[in-house]
Write a protein that binds this ligand. Structure first.
Ligand SMILES: C[C@@]1(CC(=O)O)c2cc3[nH]c(cc4nc(cc5[nH]c(cc(n2)[C@H]1CCC(=O)O)[C@@](C)(CC(=O)O)[C@@H]5CCC(=O)O)C(CC(=O)O)=C4CCC(=O)O)c(CCC(=O)O)c3CC(=O)O
Ligand SMILES: NC(=O)C1=CN([C@@H]2O[C@H](COP(=O)(O)OP(=O)(O)OC[C@H]3O[C@@H](n4cnc5c(N)ncnc54)[C@H](O)[C@@H]3O)[C@@H](O)[C@H]2O)C=CC1
Length: 217
């Protein structure tokens, strides 16, 4: 059985604590901020980047070692110190307080892992190896970044608009699905990449108009 179940979590405005202030902690903090979490970093020493975030009040920093009691009342906890004993103490507290925990040096003890990820507007791609090779996750991320360029943000927004219109204008779910299939499985993105079309939104709407004309007959 696979240990880790993939989900998308809403962490906006939720308190998340990161224990440790090195380069691994920094990577976790930056991704938490991207998704709007309220981040507290507990560490006697932090990277220059984390110091800058503290000065700009993007994170709250507690300048000391971890103490029992730091974890409770948080939505998520990340532990990334270079001291396995501290990491083990955090695991114990997280279990007592029932807080989901990510421990940088204990893949099998985590209650969640951080996958490599790509965002293209509302499209999110995540990659995990269940902890077996984080570097491979990073390599696959880079490969996917080349396959799924920034143009996907425009495509997804156009698909979102199209779906809204279709839900209002087409009553039959089978016909709606036929329309989505026509657009989603079209060669529109390849035509955009080859320069044959230059306005994705217009091309999506054209497919919609053609489809409506067809079903009107
Ligand atoms: C289990 C997990 C727990 C967690 O952190 O959530 C974990 C654990 C560990 N990572 C280690 C090492 C490295 N981690 C990276 C990079 C990333 N690590 C990330 C996630 C995860 N790392 C989770 C599993 C993800 C999965 O399932 O695949 C990514 C995806 C996301 C992120 O951290 O933001 C991010 C890539 C982001 C990107 O590129 O997009 C690199 C690459 C580099 O630095 O260039 C190296 C060095 C090379 C190597 O070892 O592969 C070590 C051993 C240290 C040692 O040797 O002592 C441990 C502990 C252990 O394995 O014991
Ligand atoms: N999960 C991942 O993606 C990766 C995990 N690792 C593991 O992550 C750990 C941290 O790696 P780095 O960030 O490179 O280490 P680092 O040495 O750069 O940083 C360690 C940080 O922990 C802080 N710290 C030490 N004792 C503390 C305590 N009692 N309370 C609070 N903070 C404390 C230090 O002040 C420092 O800021 C290592 O155990 C390493 O094996 C390493 C690479 C990637």
């Amino acid at each position: 059985m696979d240990k880790y179940y993939p989900v998308m979590l809403d962490i906006c405005d939720k308190p998340c604590v990161v224990i440790g202030g090195g380069k691994v902690a920094q990577r976790k903090v930056l991704s938490l901020l991207e998704y709007g979490a309220k981040v507290t970093v507990i560490s006697p020493i932090v990277t220059d980047k984390l110091k800058e975030l503290q000065q700009k009040e993007k994170i709250y920093r507690i300048e000391r070692d971890y103490r029992c009691g730091d974890i409770k009342d948080n939505f998520l906890v990340y532990v990334a110190t270079d001291n396995p004993k501290v990491n083990a103490a955090c695991l114990e507290e997280s279990r007592k307080e029932k807080v989901l925990i990510n421990i940088a040096d204990q893949p099998r003890m985590c209650s969640f892992l951080v996958p490599a990820s790509i965002k293209r507007g509302d499209l999110t791609l995540t990659i995990s190896t269940n902890g077996k090779s984080p570097m491979l996750s990073g390599k696959i991320r880079k490969e996917l970044e080349n396959m799924f360029g920034e143009e996907y943000e425009i495509f997804i927004n156009a698909l979102g608009d199209l779906r809204k219109m279709a839900l209002e204008e087409i009553d039959d779910i089978h016909i709606r699905k036929e329309l989505f299939k026509r657009v989603v499985y079209s060669n529109l993105m390849n035509r955009y990449k080859s320069g044959e079309i230059n306005n994705i939104k217009e091309a999506v709407m054209k497919l919609y108009d053609d489809f409506i004309k067809e079903i009107d007959f």
